[in-house]
Ligand binder design. Sequence first.
Ligand SMILES: Nc1ncnc2c1ncn2[C@@H]1O[C@H](COP(=O)(O)OP(=O)(O)O)[C@@H](O)[C@H]1O
Ligand SMILES: [Mg+2]
Length: 317
Amino acid sequence: MLSTPKNLIWVIPAEGCGSVHRDKQPPTRTGGRSSCVSMLAVDKTEERSCGREAASDSARYAIRTDGLSKTFERDGQPLPTLNSVNFHALDGEFVSIIGPSGCGKSTLLNIIAGLDEPTSGSLSLYGRQDTTRLGSVGYMQQKDLLLPWRSVLDNAILGLELQGIPKHEAKVRAQEHLGRFGLEGFEKSYPHSLSGGMRQRAAFLRTVLADQEVFLLDEPFGALDALNRTRIHQWLTGLWESMQKTIVMVTHDVDEAIFLSDRVYVMTARPGAMKMVSDVEIPRPRSMDVIATRDFMDIKSALLKSIREEDHLEDLP
Ligand SMILES: Nc1ncnc2c1ncn2[C@@H]1O[C@H](COP(=O)(O)OP(=O)(O)O)[C@@H](O)[C@H]1O
Ligand SMILES: [Mg+2]
C-alpha cells in the first residue's frame, strides 16, 4: 500500500533561483525512496537566499541556471525565446523537460551544451560558471546528425576520436555496446540504410560512449513507435542506473517523462520559462506497471493540466 500521497502542485514564480527545499537530498539509486508523490516548490525565501548558498550545496548541482534568458533576432526584431529560466539537475538525477513546440527547449539544451550563450542570467555545471562547456557534456540533438559518409561504427566512435582516443581502441569500446543498442550486425551499414529508430540508437550510442558526467537528450525517442519506446525506456532506465550519470531529457511524451525521471519540469510557451516542477518519488526499479498506479496518474494529470494551459491556437500548423 502506498503512503498518503502529497499531491500538491506548486507553481514556480516567474522570478526565482530554482533551488529545492533544503530537506531534499540527492537521489539514491538503491531503495530508500518514499513512495509518495510530491511537487517541489520554489518559494520566495529561498529565492532571496540563493545567492548566499554554501559551496558544498552548489556542488550537488550538476547543472543550474538562474534567471537564464535568451533573445534571438528575427527579421531585425528581437525574438525573446527564454525568459528567466530557473532550472537545475542534481548530480546523478534524471530530469525531464516538457513544453510546447517552439518554447525554447532545444535552445536551453544548446546553451547548457555550450553551443550557444545566454543573453543574461547564469549557468553553472558542478558549481563552476566559467568553464568552457563545449565538449564537457554528452549531447544528443533533436536531429540525429549522423554523418552520412560514415558507417554506424564510425559514427559511434566520433566523440571518442575527438577526445583523442586511438581509432582502434574506440572501435573496440563501441563494439562492446553494439548488442545493448540493438545495432549488432549493422556496424558497417550507412545511416541512409537504417530505420529512424536505428539511427536514433546509433546517435545515442555515440553520445553515451563519449562518457561525460552529464547527458542532454533532445527528444531522443521521437522516431520510435510505441512498442519500441516502451522497450527502450526500460533499457534506458537500466543503463542510467548502471552509469550513475546525470541526464536531462526533452520530450513531448508525459508518460515517458514520468516513467524515467526523478523530476519533470514544464515550460511555458515562448518565451519559455519553467512554470512547474514535479518530483517523481515512485520507487525504483520501476516496471511498466507503475503507469497504472494512483501516484503516476496524479502526477500525469497535474502535468497535463499545466501543459494544456500553454496550448495556444496560434501554435497550430
Ligand atoms: N539560432 C537561432 N536564431 C534565431 N531564432 C532561433 C534560433 N534558434 C532557435 N530560434 C527560435 O527560437 C524559438 C525556440 O526554438 P527551439 O529552442 O528550437 O524550440 P523547441 O525546442 O522548444 O521546439 C523558435 O521560435 C525558433 O525559431
Ligand atoms: Mg526542440
